[in-house]
Design a protein. Structure first.
Ligand SMILES: Nc1nc2c(ncn2[C@@H]2O[C@H](COP(=O)(O)OP(=O)(O)O)[C@@H](O)[C@H]2O)c(=O)[nH]1
Ligand SMILES: [Mg+2]
Length: 369
């Protein structure tokens, strides 16, 4: 706990699939080992959230702000922080904002500084970016999204004082150095850290930086065009679903692999770009498995998929893809249904929400600098 008896909140932003959840879990575990009490606030436009389930599986006290970004649900953010305060008495809170969200200084940090009802203070804003996508962007090579979605990607980076070039392990060592150097040249005022969040101690430099007592967040609000930002969000489709596939137990793993490969092949065939496609897989008695597919291909993903212990597979699906939402729902559900049938079983949808994010209307937007 800090000397002034306020607690610290680390806000983590950045594009869909850039590695925010992975890094927060690693950082929280490192802190908890030192006896620090940690809580997490997740955030999404949808309601059935793989990330929330995943944080809870990692034994992290987690609350969520769902149905819209922190900015548009600012009062709920404060309420959820208060819940953590009561239940966990955390020393540190990590808040992960939805990957299509920008303008966090004016709509979250400044309101937290000026209007906050709780004992928490914003301590840092870190913006994560996927090394491979940033490399394309810095070289002025095309990203596989439409211009308005790229506008959001750019604005998130623009807003950062602390930029984490994550998944640095996915570019070769000479390119790692070149990428960090060219990012430093392009953004001379930003602090930039290259990071592999999956490596042991991979998050240490970032964690040390944000745990430094000096707060680390931008003060000057972003000058962002809400029409373009809103248009970019509207071009992304969200599908949040829970479903059950029932097949003979010996075919459970093959059914899952076939369904997901079919989804990926269909998206590729239609030149549709994934922002983030996540599945939480539960099958009786076995541990839950998180599967995650981001913008750049995940080859041979199925090699590490463990066996499934029963023929009843419970799936939570979170898909964020640049296409029309109902078409996304049909594409994904057809793939599950066809694979289940092929292996002599069936598929049952429990809950399903397919939509485009609403136009961003922040509860507060404080523009003084
Ligand atoms: N190779 C590599 N993969 C990573 C790294 N960080 C995250 N990932 C993977 O990237 C995917 C998306 O990560 P996630 O944390 O869910 O991204 P989020 O959407 O920003 O929260 C997952 O499959 C992670 O395992 C990293 O530093 N290196
Ligand atoms: Mg996440």
């Amino acid at each position: 706990m800090s000397a002034d008896n306020t607690y610290r909140l680390h806000l983590v932003g950045g594009f869909l699939g850039s590695g925010k959840t992975t890094a927060i879990i690693a950082a929280a575990k490192a802190l908890m080992k030192r006896g620090v009490r940690v809580g997490v606030v997740t955030n999404d436009q949808g309601k059935y959230l793989v990330d929330t389930a995943f944080f809870k599986l990692s034994d992290l006290p987690t609350v969520e702000v769902n149905g819209g970004c922190f900015c548009c649900n600012y009062n709920d953010l404060e309420k959820q922080i208060h819940t953590l305060e009561q239940q966990v008495k955390p020393d540190i809170i990590f808040a992960e904002s939805v990957g299509s969200c920008a303008d966090l200084v004016a709509t979250v940090i400044k309101p937290l500084l000026q209007l906050r009802q709780t004992a928490y203070i914003p301590a840092s804003l870190s913006v994560f970016t996927d090394a491979r996508l940033l490399r394309l962007r810095l070289k002025d090579l095309p990203l596989p999204f439409s211009d308005n979605v790229i506008y959001i990607f750019d604005q998130q980076i623009e807003e950062a004082d602390l930029l984490i070039i994550n998944k640095i392990d996915l570019v070769s060592p000479p390119i790692q150095q070149e990428l960090i150097e060219s990012a430093r040249q392009r953004y001379p005022t930003k602090e930039i850290i290259g990071q592999n969040s999956l490596a042991p101690d991979g998050i240490t430099a970032w964690l040390n930086r944000i745990e430094n007592r000096n707060s680390m967040y931008p003060i000057v609000p972003l000058s962002i065009d809400y029409q373009r930002y809103g248009a970019g969000e509207a071009q992304l489709a969200w599908l949040d679903e829970t479903l059950i596939i029932s097949v003979p137990a010996e075919h459970a793993r093959a059914t899952l692999i076939e369904s997901i490969n079919d989804i990926l092949a269909n998206l590729t065939a239609h030149k549709i770009t994934i922002g983030h496609l996540k599945f939480l897989v539960s099958s009786n008695a076995g541990p839950d498995i998180k599967l995650s597919f981001t913008t750049v291909e995940t080859p041979k993903w199925d090699e590490n998929l463990p066996s499934l212990h029963s023929g009843e597979i419970h799936l939570m699906v979170n898909a964020r893809v640049e296409m029309e939402a109902q078409a996304l729902r049909i594409l994904i559900n057809n793939c599950f249904e066809q694979a289940a049938r092929k292996f002599g079983g069936s598929m049952h949808i429990e809950q399903s929400d397919a939509f485009h994010p609403k136009f961003p209307q922040p509860t507060y937007r404080i523009l003084d600098s």
